[in-house]
Design a protein. Structure first.
Length: 746
């Protein structure tokens, strides 16, 4: 910069000195200038005054074209010419550019600078004066181009400053004798001042262009910085894309800006974020477009930007939904820039204008650079989302497993050897290795969750988590967020994003208990998980794909609920791929002794008790009870028995089984009504025979029949069973206790 200022000062000094010299000549009385040997006198004063005015006029010009035009006007009183022009040297292209006041002459297309007399002047840095006859011999191509102008004399002088060569100044006249030695020296003096003025204009133009370039680069960098700040300040992908779209409308000075993301699995583009004029919308966020052979598809395939003018937009409206909407919204120009990361297409940035129909190359270049930053940010945001999901998933799985450890499973293993249970286990082995949905039916307490766990442990998904959710344990509003999770701000109190059980069970198994209690309005969302393998969080707009196996259970009659329109038939059919019916405990009485021993040991170990034996009479009684609560009820009873036992023999609280016995009595009564009286008599007599006539007590017939002593007496009287019949039924031994004197139950 210092050298440039020094050079300009030298130029300014020379230019000022020349003007002062010319002013001195113009101001008076004749004198001899030793530098030019030109004698000045009164006749020349007007000429120098005209030259001074010309130099003052051109010295303030900063535009080359304006300067050349003014030269043509200002130099006529100073120098005689029929025409003049300038050849200025461009150090960048290393070529000469012709500047002509007014309309430029038509030159031969194949004419080169080297073909003209100006090349000799440029090479030798000396003036050249000759007649046109000489030009025809030495420079025929140039002379031919001027033949129609009837020129006689040609004069060319170099335009040179102390710093550099500027170019060539051409004069030509139709007068025969005017450019003598004195005139040429004067023209050289004029040319030196013109060179300074042109040099100043060139420097000013270069400075102006440099300032414009720096301003553009500054704006360019500022825009990139704004985008960088926008993408760095947002970690959430949706928020980041919305911010980018908003910034683009300002940076690109457009009315519409959109971000579309490519879904490779479905080969479609989704309208992910948009910034649009108030009250206007091209497409709702989330709208999907098949890629196909559209303009958008071409941008993705070629990974190159595409600019459309109004005519192209109108043509695209015939074959594209996007083009049709653009025409409807009055868009005159649009630019689509691909989002590329590591050679892979992520989506498209789109900007659209309604007020202008042209998008410059500089704008496209800026959009390409912005797209590069956005692509990297999308990759980072997706990676961050995946890391966050995995982190949250691991944290939630840890909490879930901790809860599972705190709440021990009801079973360490499946207990039982009955034929009914073996049939169920055979079904478990058949379906476990598949990925099909399993519906487990059965009464409450039959062990449906245990069967679900067995299916998971035998499946290829056993390395992943088995998550469970009781659908009847929470209100419907909470059930949806528990199943599918929610986004931050989805409802009051949703201060952070939460993953649901469906998302947590990805690549694993989800067990839904009591699915008969899922409300109707929530069933379509669960059906979408089964059919499409995707869902959306509460308050979310982006589908989330999952790979989860579903095992469901219920104690309700889903088929009946479907017929009563209380349950969706399509969801029921999706559940009912492989139904497993759990047998109630009353249908597998042979398993009861095994279960009793298992539960007795389990709770005795937990309570540090010592249970060595269980009376056979107790086992027989327990095996004959109906157990409406099934295995769960049996387990609770044995737990209470262990608590009440003071010695090594299990003490079962029979008094607490009165309700169960009454249920059994009712069942027997119902089954023996009418024509079954004889069967009931036979049953009672057979039981009395087995108990050797003992009615009461833990070994008595009443206990075996699941009745109270008074109820059995009532049945004996009702069925007219006498004491004699009782004695005859026992046959082998006499009844050791009278029916009327049977002691009460302990």
């Amino acid at each position: 910069m210092g050298d440039w200022i020094r050079d300009k000062c030298v130029t300014l000094f020379v230019f000022t000195e020349t003007i002062q010299t010319v002013s001195a000549f113009a101001g008076g009385g004749g004198s001899l200038d030793s530098r030019t040997n030109q004698v000045t006198g009164a006749p020349h004063n007007a000429r120098y005054e005209a030259l001074l005015n010309a130099l003052q006029t051109i010295s303030v010009q900063r535009d080359l074209h304006s300067l050349v035009r003014l030269l043509g006007e200002q130099l006529r009183p100073v120098v005689e010419f029929s025409y003049f022009d300038l050849l200025l040297y461009d150090p960048v292209t290393k070529e000469m550019t012709l500047f002509f006041p007014g309309k430029s002459p038509e030159l031969p297309a194949d004419m080169q600078f080297q073909d003209g007399p100006g090349f000799w002047v440029w090479e030798n840095q000396k003036p050249l004066v000759c007649r046109f006859e000489e030009l025809e011999r030495k420079f025929p191509t140039y002379a031919e181009s001027r033949r129609q102008e009837n020129l006689k004399v040609y004069c060319a002088v170099p335009l040179t400053t102390f710093q550099r060569r500027i170019g060539i100044l051409h004069f030509a006249s139709s007068l025969a004798q005017i450019y003598d030695t004195e005139e040429v020296e004067f023209i050289q003096r004029v040319a030196s001042q013109i060179a300074i003025a042109i040099d100043n204009a060139i420097n000013f133009e270069s400075s102006r262009q440099l300032e414009e370039k720096l301003a553009k680069e500054r704006d360019h960098l500022r825009n990139l910085l704004e985008v960088t700040n926008a993408v760095l300040s947002k970690l959430d992908l949706e928020e980041m894309l919305a911010e980018i779209a908003e910034r683009l409308t300002t940076i690109a000075a457009c009315e519409y800006a959109s971000v579309l993301l490519y879904d490779e699995s479905n080969d479609e583009l989704k309208w992910q974020a948009a910034s649009e004029p108030p009250g206007r919308s091209l497409f709702p966020v989330g709208t999907a477009f098949p890629v196909g052979s559209s303009v958008l598809g071409a941008v993705l395939r070629t990974q190159s930007p595409k600019v459309l003018d109004f005519e192209e937009i109108r043509n695209s409206a015939k074959e594209s939904q996007v083009g049709l909407r653009f025409v409807e919204e009055g868009i005159k120009a649009a630019c689509f820039v691909p989002l590329i990361s590591h050679g892979r297409a992520l989506g498209i940035l789109a900007v659209s204008h309604t007020q202008r129909n042209r998008i410059s190359r500089d704008e496209v270049k800026l959009l390409m650079e912005i797209a590069g930053q956005v692509s990297t940010s999308i990759d980072n945001a997706r990676a961050y989302r995946e890391i966050t999901i995995l982190r949250d998933k691991l944290a939630n799985e840890k909490l879930y497993l901790e809860e599972e450890l705190l709440n021990e499973h009801n079973f360490k293993e499946i207990i039982g050897e009955s034929a009914a249970l073996r049939r169920v286990l055979a079904q478990v082995e058949m379906v476990a290795t598949s990925d099909s949905t399993v519906l487990i039916l059965g009464e409450t307490g039959t062990g449906k969750e245990l069967i679900a766990r067995a299916i998971h442990n035998l499946s290829p998904r056993r390395a992943r988590t088995l998550l469970k959710l009781n659908c009847a344990a929470m209100p419907s509003g909470l059930l949806e967020s528990e199943l599918f999770g929610y986004e931050r701000g989805a409802f009051t109190g949703a201060v952070s994003q939460k993953m649901g059980r469906v998302e947590l069970a990805d690549k694993g198994t989800l067990f839904l208990d009591e699915v008969g209690d899922i409300p109707l309005e929530l069933q379509p969302k669960l059906l979408r998980v089964l059919q499409e393998r995707e869902f959306e969080r509460v308050g979310g707009r982006t589908p989330i794909r999952v790979d989860v196996r579903l095992i469901v259970a219920t104690n309700r009659d889903l088929e009946k609920m479907v017929s009563e329109r209380l349950y969706r038939s399509d969801l029921y059919y999706r559940f009912n791929v492989f139904p497993i019916v759990m047998p109630p405990l009353r249908e597998r009485p042979e398993d009861i002794p095994l279960l009793v021993r298992h539960f007795a040991k389990k709770y005795a170990d937990r309570m540090d008790r010592r249970i060595e034996s269980i009376p056979s009479e107790t086992m027989q009684l327990l095996s004959r009870l109906p157990w409406p609560g099934n295995v769960r009820e049996l387990e609770n009873l044995i737990e209470r028995a262990v608590i009440l036992t003071q010695d090594s023999v299990l003490n079962v609280p029979f008094a607490e089984l009165s309700t169960a016995r009454e249920n059994l009595e009712h069942r027997i009564s119902e089954s023996f009504r009418g024509d079954s009286v004889g069967t009931e008599r036979d049953l009672i007599l057979r039981t009395l025979r087995e108990t050797h006539g003992v009615v009461a007590g833990p070994k008595g017939a009443a206990a075996r029949l699941g009745m109270s002593r008074s109820t059995l007496f009532s049945r004996l009287q009702l069925l007219n069973i006498s004491a004699k019949e009782v004695r005859n039924a026992s046959r082998l031994v006499r009844m050791n206790v009278s029916l009327s004197s049977t002691p009460p139950l302990p």
